[in-house]
Design a protein around this ligand. Structure first.
Ligand code: GLY
Length: 570
């Protein structure tokens, strides 16, 4: 049942192809649907073709995990600026048998990486090295993550990868925003690649041009035929290592062979009668939303009103304190012992908010990380729910838009620039302005700290919400707002996702707001002493709200209006 009329975005002037009727749903003529109410399954992702692939898998009898694998592979083709096989990600899922799982396939530092590898001889950071080109790439994790997820699915892998191979081989029409994004990066593609990539076009890209990726199709076929080894060994590994040699990259065959996805214990906590399940370290996301929600839990935010200055101030002050802790304490748990249990203790969080003064701006000069006795933007999110009660939230990333801008020659996929998510030097901000310390310093094999926050929520042990977003350090604060919008302010999923957002991350000590944030609220916040900084869009949130009706589920799926994101269901 469709609750919302699809918005046609593509007419059909295709390079080298005849026009087709605009209502024919094909990779060359499709629509973007922003919301849907479904009874059997729903998928929300950054691209309509990928969301459709997910629903097709559900219709074939696949479950939400099968659909998540197929959607990630499809996004690697139709949304190559963030969807990927050359990056990494996290999956959080609630399975119909009651289990909650978290799979970590974050990129890792190569064995030859070292703490000061991005500093010049005077000890100054050279951010172009951690953010662009071969040296900025961590060892990719996505393909290992797909195979680690496969045991929770039910369909053969061949079925899940087939749509991606077809899209790469036969091509698809690009949207206006993809054409704009590709045009902006033409110089970078030339600078960071020695052979011409599928993403370059001398005359410039136009809406509805066909993007063909034959080399990527061959790589996907090797993965189909050889499984994980089709990426981490053999021809694909050889091509990655060859590519590294062209640009002073350091990923070796051993780095690729040694990479493994890891199952982690998810962050699970209660908030006002709901159970939240989110990603643990090496993502800071789950801990940050637990800290933020617990810091506001007994402050009566539901009475303050949505977007009121009081509510925004309370949430900003919680964010300030959580991000101060992030900078000091969070990193890969296999390399640095973060005081996770203490960071979310009720007593600790109450003390953290003891100096909160309603109506008066806090200061990041006085609010530092909490103290303990010594112990030790471009991302994309997928939300899926099926008719059996499985819920899957996946956030995956290349880091920046088109990652390192380096495409593995002969293999056709973009490499991440995730090394920039490490703290390249204590106190030096990364591309998101986030700073870090020892906890997130570079060590061979270590995974860089992330903000990705794939999250699912249960109400009385029954599926209730699947949510997540891209956006670097704005990810946890966007997810935090979406959850408060639904649980405390009772907003509809569409409003919870689409209303203007704000963000505070301790340093810089500014409240970032979307351009259309209510002016009266901003005036009040300025009077309290906050520095307000308008900025571009925050988050592209994908949400599914679930209601159990008898033995069936009603799935209300919403795709963020900020991008080409699309909701599909049946
Ligand atoms: N690269 C963005 C993140 O993982 O937080």
């Amino acid at each position: 049942m469709r609750a919302f009329i699809a918005v046609p975005i593509l007419m059909v002037m295709l390079t080298g192809r005849s026009c087709r009727p605009s209502n024919a749903e094909s990779p060359f003529s499709y629509t973007i649907q922003k919301s849907v109410v479904a009874g059997n399954g729903a998928v929300v992702s950054a691209h309509p073709l990928a969301s459709r692939v997910g629903v097709e898998i559900l219709k074939q009898g696949g479950n939400a995990v099968d659909a998540a694998i197929a959607v990630q592979l499809a996004l690697a083709v139709v949304y190559p600026g963030a969807g990927n096989i050359g990056g990494g990600g996290f999956m959080v899922a609630h399975l119909q048998d009651g289990r909650n799982i978290a799979i970590d396939y974050r990129e890792a530092a190569p064995a030859a990486a070292s703490r000061d590898m991005y500093l010049d001889s005077s000890g100054n950071p050279v951010m172009s090295l951690s953010q662009r080109g071969h040296l900025s790439a961590g060892v990719p994790g996505t393909v290992a993550g797909l195979f680690a997820s496969l045991k929770y699915g039910s369909l053969p892998f061949e079925n899940l990868i087939r749509p991606a191979i077809e899209l790469a081989e036969k091509g698809f029409a690009i949207t206006a925003s993809e054409a704009n994004g590709l045009n902006r990066l033409q110089e970078d593609f030339k600078r960071y690649n020695s052979s011409k990539t599928a993403f370059e076009k001398e005359s410039g890209w136009n809406t509805n041009d066909t993007l063909l990726q034959p080399e990527l199709a061959e790589t996907l076929k090797r993965i189909r035929d050889n499984g994980q080894k089709g990426f981490y060994e053999g021809e694909t590994a050889r091509l990655i290592v060859e590519e590294m040699k062209k640009g002073n990259g350091i990923i070796t065959r051993d780095d690729l062979m040694n990479y493994a996805a890891k199952e982690r214990t998810p962050v699970v906590f209660d908030y006002k009668g709901y159970t939240l399940v989110s990603m643990p370290l090496p993502s800071s996301g789950g801990i940050i939303i637990e800290q933020c929600l617990k810091m506001i839990e007994n402050k009566g935010i539901e009475q303050m009103g949505f977007h009121s200055a009081d509510a925004v101030q309370l949430m900003v002050e919680a964010e300030r304190r959580a991000y101060a802790d992030r900078a000091e304490y969070m990193g890969d748990p296999d390399f640095y012992k973060a005081p996770v249990a203490r960071l979310v203790e009720a007593d600790y969080l109450e003390k953290r908010m003891a100096d909160f003064v309603p109506g008066k701006a806090g200061s990041s000069e006085s609010v530092k990380a909490g103290q303990f006795p010594k112990e030790s933007e471009e991302t994309t999110h997928i939300s899926i729910a099926d008719k059996w009660g499985n819920m899957v939230a996946v956030t995956t990333t290349l880091n920046d838009h088109y990652g390192s801008r380096t495409v593995v020659s002969g293999a056709g996929f973009v490499l991440n620039d995730e090394m920039d998510d490490f703290s390249v030097k204590p106190g030096v901000p990364n591309m998101y302005g986030a700073i870090g310390t020892e906890a997130n310093a570079i060590v061979p094999g270590k995974r860089m700290l992330s903000s990705m926050t794939p999250t699912i929520i249960l109400k009385e042990n029954t599926p209730f919400l699947v949510v997540g977003t891209p956006g670097g350090t704005t990810i946890p604060t966007s997810v935090f707002q979406s959850i408060v919008n639904v649980i405390d302010f009772k907003l509809s999923p569409s409003d919870a996702v689409n209303k203007p957002k704000f963000h505070h991350q301790w340093l810089p000590d500014e409240v970032f707001v979307e351009e259309d944030f209510p002016a009266a609220t901003l005036d009040s916040l300025r009077q309290m002493g906050y520095k307000i900084t308008p900025r571009g869009k925050i988050g592209r949130t994908e949400m599914i709200k679930i209601k159990k009706e008898g033995q069936e589920y009603r799935l209300e799926a919403v795709a963020d209006h900020r991008g080409d994101d699309a909701a599909e269901g049946y």
